[in-house]
Design a protein around this ligand. Structure first.
Ligand code: KG4
Ligand code: ZN
Length: 342
């Protein structure tokens, strides 16, 4: 199947043309072309993403990103990529004005090219992005535990196959990425903060400050990060002369300890063979190596997509649409800001 996928849920305007094949036991995806246009520079002065500004930028960027994506692709007289079977577009979760920009654009293209348009769940995109990792195939992958850690979500999922899964834990308040972004703001680092914290943490001592590890020993797989954020706030108030790099490193160590510990416990509880992790925070190298090391020690394999597919992109949306079609799941073309995953 040749799929053109469109992602506009937050502050990246992304389009990808992908070729998918195989069934639910061994799906494959080849990226023919892709472009991600970031709006970070537009939102930075506001310290976060402004929904209506994001929408305006998406509307302006979509035609440009589409042309760039299809520049080297052979097309028919209507401009449609030859052999295109489907257009996929993110319908949620995300910022509704931003989602609508993508949906309207996809619908117009679908009519113009006479190609079906299907809705895709952004979280399923992150979830299935492990399929972009090397050697992520075969029945030995399952059972598995998947950790999605993004700006809006922290979710632990048990999976028996690509068609069978259950959410076993979620954050009760802030998402891990959101906590990174808020702590970055306290440290006066630019938006988006996760990557800035990681950079600053490299020169700090992760053992300098004993921040709490919220819910690490709770008898469930829930997470909570808002108390940790408050601890950092008070620490900075009471210790104004502290080395910021130590705060960044100690904070990061606390988040990583919780994520790694609880994911491993979840994986052990279901007898998992593998751990998948995804979402913007999975781009954090310290998290990647800590989780891989812990999993290896427990005799499990980890699968994570190459760096650029951890943060928002359209290749993962093509995957979500393809796996969705194999599972015969359909999502209406309506923006749903709080769409979940079950
Ligand atoms: O998946 P994503 O691109 O967008 C959402 O779906 O939310 O995730 C963005 C989140 C932001 O909170 C960002 O600060 C965080 O991922 N992030 C990181 C890193 N890179 C991005 N957090 C920690 N370390 C990083 N290297
Ligand atoms: Zn995302």
């Amino acid at each position: 199947m040749t799929i053109l996928a469109i992602e506009t849920s937050c502050d990246e305007t992304a389009i990808a043309l992908c070729k998918t094949s195989g069934g639910l036991r061994a799906p494959k995806i080849a990226v023919l072309s892709e472009v991600v246009a970031s709006q970070i520079d537009v939102h930075r002065e506001f310290g976060g993403v402004v929904p209506n500004l994001a929408k305006r930028e998406h509307i302006a960027n979509l035609p440009i990103v589409l042309e760039k994506t299809l520049k080297k692709i052979s097309r028919d007289e209507s401009g449609k990529p030859k052999g295109l079977d489907m257009i996929a577009v993110t319908v949620g979760p995300g910022l509704e004005p931003a989602l609508w920009a993508g949906i309207e654009f996809a619908k117009k293209l679908g009519t113009q090219w006479n190609v079906p348009v299907v809705g895709a769940n952004h979280l399923e995109g992150h979830l299935y992005s492990f399929l972009l990792a090397k050697k992520a195939e075969g029945p030995k992958l399952f059972p598995a535990v998947a950790l999605i850690v993004s700006g809006g979500h922290t979710i632990l999922i048990s999976m028996n196959s690509l068609a069978s899964r259950a959410v076993i834990g979620e954050t009760l308040d802030d998402a891990a990425g959101e906590c990174f972004d808020k702590v970055a703001r306290m440290l006066e680092l630019p938006y988006p903060g996760g990557v800035e914290i990681e950079r600053l943490a490299k020169t700090g001592n992760p053992g300098a400050i004993a921040f709490p590890r919220p819910m690490i020993h709770a008898a469930n797989f829930s997470f909570s990060f808002s108390g940790l954020k408050t601890s950092v706030l008070y620490y900075l108030k009471n210790n104004p002369d502290t080395k910021k790099a130590d705060v960044a490193a100690s904070f990061q160590a606390s988040v990583i300890d919780v994520l790694v510990y609880k994911t491993l416990r979840g994986a052990e509880a279901i007898g998992a063979h593998s751990i998948f992790f995804s979402g913007g925070v999975a781009a954090n190298r310290t998290l990647r190596s800590s989780l891989s090391r812990a999993a290896r020690k427990a005799g499990m394999s980890t699968f994570v997509a190459p760096f650029r597919y951890n943060t928002d992109n359209a290749v993962m949306i093509a995957l979500a649409a393809y796996i969705g079609s194999l599972r015969r799941k359909k999502l209406p073309l309506v923006a749903r800001g709080t769409l979940g995953i079950s």
